[in-house]
Design a protein around this ligand. Structure first.
Ligand code: ZN
Length: 325
């Protein structure tokens, strides 16, 4: 984990491995201090707080959350005296998306011989994701800690006279997607609206809504963007992600029109330059979501995660892609 200064007052906390749960955070050293997202587990959150110690003397008193997934909110409980800010939908959505018991079940399975053996034959993708998470994370001790300050469209925080804008742009990656913009520094913390050098995914909403959300980032003209996952980047990364989604959508449409199912579509879609991005088999999620649109199904229906993980695993094996999530 690295703390990187990206402007006079803004910092990125970067998790270099750039796989699922290797989420970035941010920090603004103004006023009483603002943290953006709190990492995937308590150990990583503590490591982040230690890094802040190199540039800031007290515990930050504000936390802004970019969305409800566990890899962005697991360390909330460590910010005892802080105001925690998030979108209005977050407390309800976190019960599902940030439930530590679900993640614990996965990592504990790795250490239970019988469960391992059963999973290896019944759900190899679930076992693979569990092993990947267990390498780095320990979800024990996390208490679901929802935001206390909630907002609908926009919330402006003033830190020592400097405005920080929290803008709701979901549903896209998740329902509660929020970008955190510091206009005077031309820095934007994008949460999982943006993955850099890594395959993005949308769990909710439509392709159009996701692209519109990315347009809103471009319109703000940030010079520096801290993505939810991957290295610090700029607007070019936003345009690359838009191009990726358009490419997947168009090719999935062609496969759908030929009567192919979504799995077959994911096997055939040419990944082109995007094959080099981390976790390319997330393609399956994006194809499934496109198919929901083509079939006029609700795009916000819950996902059967074991099925998705197994599908990604088989897709990676079939196409010779790395087995990573
Ligand atoms: Zn994330």
């Amino acid at each position: 984990m690295e703390l990187k200064q990206v402007s006079d007052h803004c910092y990125a906390v970067l998790n270099e491995a750039n796989r699922v749960c290797d989420a970035n955070s941010g920090f603004v050293d103004l006023g009483e201090g603002l943290v953006i997202d709190t990492q995937s587990d308590l150990a990583h959150a503590r490591q982040m707080i230690e890094l802040f110690g190199g540039v800031w003397e007290t515990m930050p008193r504000h936390v802004a959350l970019t969305h409800e997934d566990i890899d962005h909110v697991a360390g909330n409980q460590l910010f005892v005296d802080a105001e925690i800010i998030g979108h209005r939908t977050m407390p309800e959505r976190m019960k599902e998306a940030a439930d530590p018991a679900e993640s614990q079940k996965l990592t504990h399975a790795v250490h239970h011989l019988v469960t391992r053996v059963v999973l290896r034959t019944t759900h190899p993708g679930v076992l693979a994701v569990a092993e990947q998470l267990d390498e780095t994370y320990d979800f024990d001790g996390i208490e679901l800690t929802p935001p206390t300050t909630l907002f609908d469209d926009r919330h402006v925080l003033e830190l020592a006279g400097v405005e920080v804008h929290l803008i709701h742009v979901g549903p896209a990656h998740q329902v509660g997607d929020v970008i955190v913009h510091v206009p005077s520094e031309r820095v934007l913390f994008a949460g999982d609206l943006l993955f850099s050098q890594s395959t993005p995914m949308g769990w909710v909403g439509s392709y159009q809504a996701f692209s519109d959300a990315l347009d809103r980032v471009i319109a703000l003209e940030p010079a520096t963007i801290v993505p939810g996952h991957g290295p610090v980047c700029d607007i070019d990364a936003v345009k690359d992600e838009q191009a990726y989604f358009q490419h997947v959508y168009d090719q999935a449409r062609a496969c759908f029109d030929q009567g192919l199912d979504s799995r077959e579509a994911a096997r055939r879609i040419d990944l082109g330059p995007y094959a080099a991005w981390k976790a390319p088999s997330r393609l399956l999620i994006n194809v499934e979501r496109a198919y929901r649109e083509f079939r006029d199904e609700p795009t916000d229906d819950p996902w059967e995660l074991p099925k998705i993980f197994d599908g990604m695993y088989h897709l990676a094996k079939d196409r010779g892609l790395p087995i990573e999530f």
